[in-house]
Write a protein that binds this ligand. Structure first.
Ligand code: AMP
Ligand code: GLY
Length: 420
């Protein structure tokens, strides 16, 4: 098969790495990809904002399957267009992608279908939102509607910060929708992420993970796209998974079917668990980054069978082999991430080091400048490994990370620590 992967992060590198090991795979193209994908695939330029350009390139390259990383591409309706052209792609239509692109839409589903989630109020006026907030007790949870590249949520004890965030949302500085804001009840409990492959007939669990969203150790600092993850989540078990599917996932899918916008693709449910009971925090309609890196490390080549069978509505034909070990990834970022960072840092020596075999270095924002490897963005590498013992995986990854001796880069020291 000829496969086109869209995106440029560690997520896309790990997908390319896992898929390249499947005998069904003939050739992989990545657009735009990064210096890591360039070693196992062919990086090509496509204007990813334009569905027509993507479809035309699929025709030119005889692409059999398109794999999409970023939600924005689903939000712009690529899956709708590919379906019309009979090109396989496992992912939601623009309409079903609203599960991620509109938190207000998802909260409405929760109310209609009685899905456990935080109580909330939606505001379309900043003064009313501020007034409401003044009567609440901290921590305050404020969420923008629309696409926000991971910056759309603030959890804070400070009323001042909460007001500033509301101003930023209504001034259009946070997300693609500056007219709506959600103020939510703060949920106590432990977080976990569950990943599902969903086609017209089947719901299959493909893994669980715990991610680390804050920039610094001890969950300090601003929210980021993710500074590390491990899989499976220590909270996941058959009983809880079953509860999540019955009380959260199925009612959501039922609602979308009733609206004639059925969901198909990878669904990533962000959950809070308290006393064994799950509540939904958010949906994403794609793989997480860096969660994908730990899922792919454990699923290996079968990820291609999942994405292909999903796209053909044949998930019932496969049984997914969930490995009984663990995987962990630590993200190396440029100093300043998630705010302004320096690009074009020379990071050649990091990949030229000799690493112990079981540590995979997935690239994120990297590119080749002649013979020099440089960073193009905030998140740069993902040091990833798997094994039977989380402590041992941590030891291995962190001993390799000592070789990343560059003052312009940083990483968290406590990924996987609490569970070890
Ligand atoms: P989200 O982008 O909706 O996943 O939110 C980002 C992070 O904010 C989550 O991973 C949680 O840590 C936190 N969060 C979001 N909503 C709530 C809530 N209602 N109660 C507590 N924490 C929350
Ligand atoms: N790591 C969180 C996300 O991909 O949304």
């Amino acid at each position: 098969m000829n496969i086109l992967i869209l995106g440029s992060g560690g997520r896309e590198h790990s997908l390319a790495w896992a898929i390249s090991q499947n005998p069904r795979c003939r050739k992989i193209y990545c657009s735009p990809g990064n210096a890591g994908t360039d070693q196992i695939a062919t990086n090509i330029y496509i204007n990813l904002d334009c569905n027509t350009d993507i479809v035309n390139e699929c025709r030119n390259l005889s692409i059999d399957l398109v794999i999409v990383g970023p939600e924005k591409i689903f939000a712009q309706g690529l899956a709708n267009e590919l379906k019309k052209e009979n090109i396989l792609c496992f992912g939601p239509t623009k309409e079903a992608a609203k599960l991620e692109t509109s938190k207000v839409f998802t909260k409405e589903i929760c109310k209609i279908k009685n899905i456990p989630s935080a109580m909330d109020e939606v505001f379309d006026n900043r003064e009313n939102a501020k007034k409401y907030l003044s009567d609440q007790v901290p921590p305050f949870v404020i969420k923008a509607d629309g696409l926000a590249s991971g910056k759309g949520v603030l959890v804070t004890d400070s009323l001042k910060q909460a007001h500033e965030f509301l101003d930023m949302i209504f001034d259009g500085k946070i997300s693609s929708n500056k007219n709506k804001v959600i103020i939510e009840e703060f949920l106590e409990g432990q977080e976990m992420s569950l990943f599902l492959a969903i086609d017209q007939y089947q719901i299959k669990i493909i893994g669980s993970a715990q991610d680390y969203k804050r920039a610094f150790d001890g969950d300090k600092g601003p929210n980021t796209g993710g500074m590390g993850a491990f899989s499976p989540s220590p909270l996941a078990n058959e009983n809880l998974n079953e509860k999540i599917i019955t009380t959260i996932i199925k009612p959501t899918l039922d609602y979308l079917k009733e609206q004639n916008i059925p969901f198909s693709g990878i669904l990533y449910a962000g959950l809070i668990i308290k006393n064994g009971n799950p509540k939904l925090i958010e949906y994403n309609v794609r793989f997480g980054d860096p969660e994908c890196q730990v899922l792919c490390t454990r699923l290996g080549a079968q990820i291609l069978d999942i994405l292909l069978c999903g796209a053909e509505n044949k998930l019932s034909d496969i049984s997914i082999n969930l490995a009984d070990d663990l995987a962990l990834t630590v993200v190396v970022s440029a100093v300043g991430y998630p705010k302004t960072v320096n690009s074009d840092i020379d990071i050649t020596n990091i990949v030229n080091q000799k690493y112990n075999e079981p540590v995979y270095v997935f690239h994120a924002g990297t590119y080749m400048d002649g013979d020099i490897l440089r960073n193009s963005g905030g998140r740069v590498f993902n040091f990833t490994s798997r094994g039977m013992d989380l402590k041992e995986i941590r030891r291995l990854i962190y001993s390799e990370l000592r070789k990343v001796n560059n003052k312009k880069l940083f990483y968290r020291m406590d990924i996987g620590e609490k569970s070890s």
